[in-house]
Ligand binder design. Structure first.
Ligand code: AHZ
Length: 329
């Protein structure tokens, strides 16, 4: 027996590709309605499912064209956010909401964006957020249980997946994951000050294999403002804080101090700022830069720091004159 999918009502039109629509013919058969691409498809789960035709070459070209056009375009971005954990993603959401005209490019080293925000603490699922950062949960539409001075999201992944989908749906935001920032671009500005002018990138698998192969030079991305959100020290963490030390722009790392939730969260938020010209730091990376306590599994500080970083980015952008990705005054 042929059973058509209940979502395929005869009158329903479904999106087939970006340029063509398909319409059911009454028997659940979807007929192409855009000329040359005319073909039968069938959503049938009784052994008759039929896909629209495709060539392997079309799949490759569909990806390559978009990926490299995006890369070409984002060689000059307004803002680059390094790291797509809770602080970096919050910053991206806030900034893109306030300024839909900005080209915001997120570079994330991992294949899976989200950093440490897929679970709460000790690999448990609930996520704790102290007030008033719960307002951001309301803003992006994440439900929670109100416990008075704090709220609990039933699964950290609900927060992260919602935030990620909201960020990626924004037309002015691009994310390149599986891509690591290997270095910072530092120029001297018109006043003779050292200024972070962009980032040096490579596919993470290449970055991890520099010891085994020679000549795997990186790629470059210019921007008017970089937001570093690479988390505390770890295999890839605190990237910019460490690089600022080796570049001579920071005397030494402050090193993350022991856990103290009450001190840590406000200290992270209140120290979120442009730490050197052109580079804003947010989230737990600040604990390594300034020597701030960690807070453990409570995420209000990351959210509020990300929001503050977005406002800082606007302040930086408003204070510089840039031409073709280069700050000239
Ligand atoms: O993969 C990293 C992660 O997704 C990414 N990242 C790090 N170095 C990078 C590089 N290039 C590109 N060189 C890089 N990406 O940055 C992201 C950092 O996310 P995170 O969740 O680790 O940091 P966060 O500061 O946004 O959130 C911290 C969450 C913590 S840690 C903590 C504690 O230990 O006490 N408490 C909280 C709430």
């Amino acid at each position: 027996m042929e059973k058509t999918c209940p979502t395929m009502a005869p009158s329903q039109i479904v999106q087939a590709t970006q340029t063509e629509t398909l319409q059911t013919n009454g028997n659940g058969i979807l007929k192409g309605v855009s000329g040359a691409a005319d073909h039968d498809v069938l959503e049938n789960y009784e052994g008759q499912y039929r896909f629209a035709p495709i060539e392997e070459s079309q799949v490759s070209r569909a990806m390559i064209k978009r990926y490299f056009e995006t890369m070409y375009d984002r060689v000059v971005s307004d803002v680059v956010i390094v790291g797509a954990g809770s602080s970096g993603l919050t910053c991206a959401y806030q900034l893109a909401s306030m300024r839909p005209d900005l080209k915001i490019t997120i570079i994330e080293a991992n294949v899976a964006p989200g950093g440490g925000a897929w679970l709460g603490g000790q690999l448990m699922t609930p996520m704790v957020v102290r007030k008033p950062a719960d307002r951001f949960l309301q803003e992006i539409g994440v439900p929670y249980e109100d416990e008075g001075s704090y709220v609990v999201v039933k699964h950290a992944a609900l927060f992260t997946s919602t935030l990620l989908s909201r960020v990626l749906a924004m037309p002015n935001v691009v994310m390149m994951n599986a891509t690591a920032v290997e270095d910072l671009i530092i120029h001297e500005d018109s006043q003779g000050q050292q200024r972070v002018a962009g980032v040096v990138t490579n596919w993470t698998l290449v970055s991890l294999a520099h010891d085994t192969q020679s000549c795997m030079d990186p790629n470059l991305l210019m921007c008017h403002c970089t937001v570093s959100a690479t988390g505390h020290d770890g295999p890839m963490g605190a990237f910019s804080a460490k690089r600022l030390v080796s570049a001579g722009l920071l005397k030494e790392l402050g090193n993350m101090r022991a856990l103290d939730m009450k001190r840590s969260e406000p200290a992270i938020v209140n120290n979120t700022r442009e730490v050197v010209p052109g580079l804003i730091m947010t989230g737990m990376e600040l604990s390594e830069y300034y020597g701030i306590n960690r807070m453990g599994p409570t995420f209000g500080g990351m959210i509020a720091s990300g929001i503050k970083a977005a406002h800082e980015a606007l302040r930086v952008l408003d204070s510089v004159k840039a031409v073709g990705g280069k700050v000239v005054a």
